[in-house]
Design a binder for this molecule. Structure first.
Ligand SMILES: Nc1ncnc2c1ncn2[C@@H]1O[C@H](COP(=O)(O)OP(=O)(O)OP(=O)(O)O)[C@@H](O)[C@H]1O
Ligand SMILES: Nc1nc2c(c(=O)[nH]1)N=C(CO)CN2
Length: 230
């Protein structure tokens, strides 16, 4: 995903949630400063090119669908889906997080040599300041939703789960499967439900760009608002 393609969709997300763009830019710049000259992880080494990739979400269906993750070539797990898959005995190849809920898991993973995609945004600067120094940067993939500033990159996407899907796409995945995704989960807060609506729109956009049909959107497409161009 090129930033110029992502930018109009990003602006629509900012408008909808009322997030100021300069907050995301400050977070990105702080992330650059926190990393300094330290080396970071090259996502090319995840083996996504040509792979069937499971993008695990943290919905209530995850445990029942853990076998779909286990069957994939590469497993990307969003936030708390990481701990839950590991508890089911499914190895996670990479965690994608904004350090919101289980940042200690991310620290343990980088210490073990498992990469973690860490996202900077305007509402997680204190978490970046606390956890980035504690992570082994060699296993950190730093991301932003604003204009990239190397080594902080933007592969597209908004929530942890859809960002994992955009990462898989960017690095050449052949097909994507989505265990643990429950868009109509009644247990989530109103804000989370709005974020899930965006995740759904973004996955719909991504599948159209890829010429693929994600099983997780079956039966839902007619009701999804289109975003982005091609
Ligand atoms: N029913 C669901 N509840 C929560 N997450 C879901 C659900 N279905 C899919 N997901 C995906 O799983 C991801 C991880 O969710 P989790 O609640 O562990 O973390 P989070 O830090 O709150 O996520 P985010 O910050 O992206 O909202 C979400 O970002 C979303 O992309
Ligand atoms: N500024 C801002 N950006 C985000 C936020 C958020 O709360 N604030 N949450 C996200 C996923 O939960 C992704 N991006």
């Amino acid at each position: 995903m090129e930033f110029r393609t992502w930018e109009p969709v990003y602006e629509a997300v900012l408008d909808d949630f009322g997030y100021p763009r300069d907050g995301d830019e400050q977070a990105r710049d702080q992330f650059v400063d926190l990393l300094g000259d330290a080396g970071t992880y090259d996502p090319d080494d995840l083996g996504l090119d040509g792979a069937t990739v499971a993008v695990a979400g943290a919905g209530p269906s995850l445990e029942a669908e853990a076998n779909r993750a286990a069957a994939a070539d590469v497993v990307l797990a969003a936030s708390t889906a990481t701990d839950r898959l590991r508890a089911e005995g499914v190895a996670v190849d990479c965690m994608v997080t904004d350090l919101d809920k289980n940042a200690d898991t991310g620290r343990e993973l980088t210490a073990e040599g498992t990469p973690v995609v860490v996202h900077a945004h305007g509402d997680n600067i204190p978490a970046l300041e606390e956890y980035v120094p504690a992570y082994d940067s060699e296993f950190v993939v730093p991301t932003t939703q604003a204009t990239p500033a190397p080594p902080v990159q933007n592969y597209g996407g908004f929530t942890d789960g859809d960002r994992a899907a955009f990462l898989a796409d960017h690095f050449g995945a052949t097909s994507l499967v989505f265990p643990g995704w429950d868009f109509d989960d009644p247990a989530v807060t109103a804000e989370k439900a709005r974020k899930l609506r965006w995740a759904e729109r973004l996955l719909f956009w991504l599948e159209q760009r890829r010429g693929e049909r994600f099983d997780v959107l079956d039966g839902r497409r007619d009701a999804i608002e289109s975003v982005g161009g091609d």
